[in-house]
Write a protein that binds this ligand. Structure first.
Ligand SMILES: [Zn+2]
Length: 69
């Protein structure tokens, strides 16, 4: 497994390349770091909110009518 050493060396990139947008993988913009745009930042925010709050799923297939009976 001597190849492993080579692999780890290749992993280290000394470039100060911007991290890819965590949402879509495009190069992130400094203004919206770590995202590429406000759009992706908003998407991520929504994702976190969704994790904390269960989005009320609209399941209105007449269920309410049944209860009123
Ligand atoms: Zn993005």
């Amino acid at each position: 497994m001597a190849n492993d050493a080579n692999k780890s060396e290749a992993k280290v990139t000394g470039l100060r390349a911007p991290k890819p947008c965590v949402m879509c993988g495009k190069p992130s913009d400094r203004k919206f770091h770590p995202f590429c745009s406000k759009h992706c930042a908003d998407l991520d925010l929504g994702k976190w909110l969704n994790g904390s709050y269960a989005i009320p799923v609209v399941e209105e297939d007449g269920a309410e009518f049944d209860e009123e009976n």
